[in-house]
Design a binder for this molecule. Structure first.
Ligand code: ADP
Ligand code: F6P
Length: 484
């Protein structure tokens, strides 16, 4: 078997050019990048994708340096112009597919020029792949920005083995069929030999759409497309359990010395307001994550259970994301206002109810937050998986801590011992916060033991291996199908 070619819109690294004309490299934030990075680091793969910067923003004299930085991580850059970024990335990917697949139909826009750009950029990725492809290589395409890519590669290389993994929900066929380009999108995905989803529900929605829209018969979890068999399956993505575990243990043995804002806040929390419990929330700032409702629910909690005033604090980390899309800008404003309103209403001289950070954080600070928090409050209205929930559990080395998790996150299917809530049910969230804060330690430990056991076993390595093994089997049955 040859190498694996991973393709995702965004590479696991982000290039920036500083004001004094220096190349800066930072890790990308988001489930796909953080999860797949471990698989990539350990295997014989190359990773093709975008560096997060527009082609025009890289000065000519720095091009070689950028390329060298990317190459260091066995990555291959696909350069996108600012027009492509606007129409393909902010446009079709994040104003059409993203809201539609997360059931935000009122945010979904249908623009023909965005669709044209989407096709064009998927074609660009196909060329980048084919240029580096040997006959025995395996191609693994990721996520909703590249739904057409499997078919585009297949047309150029009919025999190649292609896997596709969708990291976001696949909506009900009732919602999906509103998309004007629904046939092309399904045909694009069906260029793959194996199509993976985080949950069984997303997979069923996809197969139902294929059946209704393309009128193809579904045989359990496979579809005959011309002379090919395409299979689908669910593979819930895990985390690099060992990495989080080790970081948490190291952190306990020797708290890091970096003098960050987060650390100062946590020290204040620990030494000055020592009887105050900490509730943590971490997400990209995205309307699917239910951040505004979470803040409202926390405010309501302080009102409904006033005995908790000065006894609990919400520490909220939001990473800037897709800042050119109007809904993200509006949400940022709404969150700023809500945080201000609640802090203004309840704060005392010694206590601010919400500590809010709007920025990306180094890994060490994430570990600080995970290990210092009594409760993690994760309330998306829709989320393909949600790795933050899994990371929080993995870092609880003494097995205390309570996870409150929305049933709308893919992760809720696996993390049954968490306190599962409906993110639209305010009373339930508020009462569950109380339940979490009052849960006896033995009960926390009982639940986390089970959760950790599962996360340790079904980690990101196992996820990738299972997918690859299944892709290999699909290839074998492809041969058998031909022989009949
Ligand atoms: P999504 O893929 O939608 O962003 P996930 O919860 O699956 O959501 O993944 C988010 C990933 O990004 C996690 O691995 C998490 O550790 C990382 N992350 C989240 N917030 C930050 C932050 N402020 N700084 C750095 N990394 C972050
Ligand atoms: O959760 C969906 C997802 O595409 C992740 O797979 C990805 O890591 C994250 O969103 C970040 O998105 P973007 O590339 O737009 O910053």
């Amino acid at each position: 078997m040859g190498k694996t070619i991973i393709i995702s819109n965004r590479l696991p690294l982000q290039i920036n050019i500083s004001e004094n004309n220096k190349v800066e490299v930072t890790p990308s934030v988001g489930g796909l990048a953080t999860g797949l990075k471990s698989f990539h680091q350990e295997g014989d793969s190359i990773w093709i994708g975008w560096t997060g910067i527009a082609e025009e923003d890289i000065p000519a004299e720095l091009e070689d340096e950028v390329e060298a930085e990317v190459k260091k991580q066995r990555c291959v850059p696909v350069s996108l112009t600012s027009e492509e970024i606007e129409k393909f990335y902010y446009g079709f990917s994040n104003r059409t597919i993203w809201p539609l697949f997360h059931y935000f139909m009122e945010y979904t826009e249908f623009h023909n020029e965005h669709w044209e750009a989407y096709k064009q950029v998927n074609e660009k990725y196909a060329e980048a792949v084919v240029e580096r492809l040997n006959d025995d290589d395996v191609v693994w395409v990721h996520d909703y920005q590249l739904l057409l890519l499997p078919d585009y590669i297949r047309r150029k290389k009919p025999k190649v083995t292609i896997g596709f993994f969708n990291h976001i929900p696949f909506p009900s066929s009732e919602v999906f069929r509103t998309l004007p380009w629904r046939e092309e999108v399904l045909k694009g995905m069906l260029g793959a030999d194996l199509i993976g989803f985080h949950t069984y529900d997303y997979e069923r929605h996809f197969l139902r759409s294929v059946n209704r829209i393309l009128r193809l018969d579904i045989n359990f979890n496979s579809v005959n497309v011309g002379n090919r068999v395409v299979r689908s399956d669910s593979f819930p993505m895990g985390i690099d359990y060992k990495k989080f575990r080790k970081a948490a243990k190291d952190h306990k043995a020797q708290p890091r010395s970096e003098n960050s804002d987060i650390q100062k806040k946590l020290d204040y929390h620990k030494y000055v307001t020592r009887n105050t419990k900490l509730i943590l929330s971490i997400d990209r700032l995205d309307y699917t994550k239910g951040i505004a409702n979470r803040i409202r629910a926390f405010g309501y909690f302080l009102e409904k259970y006033p005995e908790y005033q000065e006894k609990v604090r919400l520490i909220m980390l939001a990473v800037p994301s897709r800042t050119n899309v109007p809904q993200y800008q509006l949400l940022k404003k709404e969150i700023d206002e809500l945080v201000g309103r609640i802090n203004g209403k309840f704060a005392t001289i010694n206590w601010t109810p919400i500590w809010y950070f709007y920025r990306s954080m180094p890994f060490d600070n994430l570990i600080d937050l995970y290990t210092s928090s009594n409760v993690a409050l994760i309330t998306p209205t829709r989320d393909g998986m949600n790795l933050v929930a899994k990371e929080y559990i993995a870092t609880r080395t003494d097995q205390t801590g309570v996870l409150i998790l929305s049933e709308m996150a893919g992760a809720a299917h696996e993390l049954n011992e968490a306190l599962i809530i409906n993110p639209n049910n305010f009373e339930q969230i508020v009462d569950t916060i109380k339940l979490a804060l009052e849960m006896p330690e033995e009960e926390q430990i009982r639940r986390n033991k089970l959760l950790q056991k599962r996360l340790k076993r079904y980690n990101v390595e196992k996820w990738a291996k299972d997918f690859m093994k299944s892709l290999d089997n699909t290839k074998d049955s492809k041969k058998a199908f031909k022989a009949i």
